[in-house]
Design a protein around this ligand. Structure first.
Ligand code: BDR
Ligand code: CA
Length: 325
């Protein structure tokens, strides 16, 4: 049985890798891509998604719906300093490519309503679309089978500020709405400590990916190159993969080696701790609203990614440019 899901994404770097998982894993039944404002310019995110579809030989086979183009309350903040253009300078002829007329928020509501309780959502960008869908149509909350959220830190360090992880920092109000909405099955893939301990690929591991030699492996290395440079500049020994881990744990729950129930609340008003996720572990009298992943099978995750990258794909359209890492 395959796993039907929608990927809500601000497509750049590891979002592309997450998309590859959704496209090529035999367990995956990716019904739609919904785009949200986050990492890089909105148009570039769409192009990054289209180039990933092309690299996987799947351009035109999964609908792309454009969602919210700014956070709910605050001005949009991007992460070009981390991701560059989000795909390592790759380019493609986009003539004739198209996106859906239906807005991403409406697509989330409609698709989950058509199959109530059957479709999961993996949200790997700011939570603006998910919050909007929950506010616009309360049934959305009941219709989503499970929601996997990449964001926050488990009482640990942020990445855009000392306290704030990027996705929650960009739209803390949306994150607040989502954690208060009452989704029945919420899983959080945090930045720290989880990503930094179990979802970093070292240069040695990247060299092994290079040795795979497929066009998809080269695509991966090209797309991840700018982030490798950034990550190393801040002391992280490799490329970071929280978004692809989020898809990985939906499709392969056995990748989770430790998780616990928490009450997650997100700071909205403090300038100093904007987007901070307070994860209460059960001793403060608060009802749990999420399962937070505390540890993952790092080798198993790397093996899952390398297996995907070994897939022989025929690009839908040629990709050009790109600064190989
Ligand atoms: C998150 O922010 C983005 O830069 C990544 O794609 C990931 O979703 C990590 O903080
Ligand atoms: Ca992302």
């Amino acid at each position: 049985m395959t796993v039907p899901f929608i990927l809500d994404t601000d497509t750049a770097q590891d979002d592309c890798v997450a998309l590859i998982g959704g496209l090529l894993d035999p367990e995956a039944d990716l019904r739609a891509i919904t785009m949200v404002a986050g990492n890089v310019s909105f148009d570039r995110q769409v192009h990054n998604a289209q180039m990933t579809l092309s690299a996987a030989g799947r351009l035109g086979t999964v609908p792309i719906h454009l969602g919210c183009q700014r956070p709910l309350v605050l001005p949009w903040v991007s992460a070009e300093n981390v991701h560059g253009d989000g795909s390592g300078g790759l380019d493609m002829d986009f003539a004739g490519t198209s996106t859906e007329a239906e807005h991403g928020v409406d697509a989330l509501i409609r698709l989950t309503a058509e199959s109530p309780g059957e479709i999961s959502v993996v949200a790997i960008g700011p939570l603006t679309n998910i919050a909007m869908a929950a506010v616009k149509e309360p049934d959305f909350v009941r219709n989503v089978k499970s929601l996997v959220i990449m964001g926050g830190s488990n009482n640990g360090r942020g990445n855009i500020t000392a306290a704030g992880e990027f996705n929650f920092f960009v739209d803390p109000h949306a994150a607040h709405v989502v954690f208060e909405a009452g989704f029945r099955d919420v899983t959080v893939v945090p930045w720290a400590p989880l990503t930094l301990s179990d979802a970093v690929f070292s240069r040695a591991q990247l060299s092994r990916i290079e040795a795979i030699g497929t066009p998809l492996a080269k695509f991966f290395l090209t797309v991840c190159g700018p982030t490798l440079t950034f990550d190393e500049s801040v002391g992280i020994p490799g490329t970071t993969h929280p978004d692809s881990l989020s898809v990985g744990v939906l499709l392969h729950p056995e990748l989770v080696t430790k998780a616990a129930d928490y009450h997650v609340a997100v700071e909205m008003s403090s300038a100093l701790t904007r987007g901070y996720s307070a994860m209460s572990w059960g001793v403060h009298g608060l009802e749990p609203n999420a399962r937070v992943i505390e540890a993952a099978d790092a080798e198993g995750f790397y093996g899952w990614i390398t297996g995907l990258l070994a897939t022989r794909t025929e690009v839908s359209r040629p990709l050009s440019g790109g600064h190989f890492y």
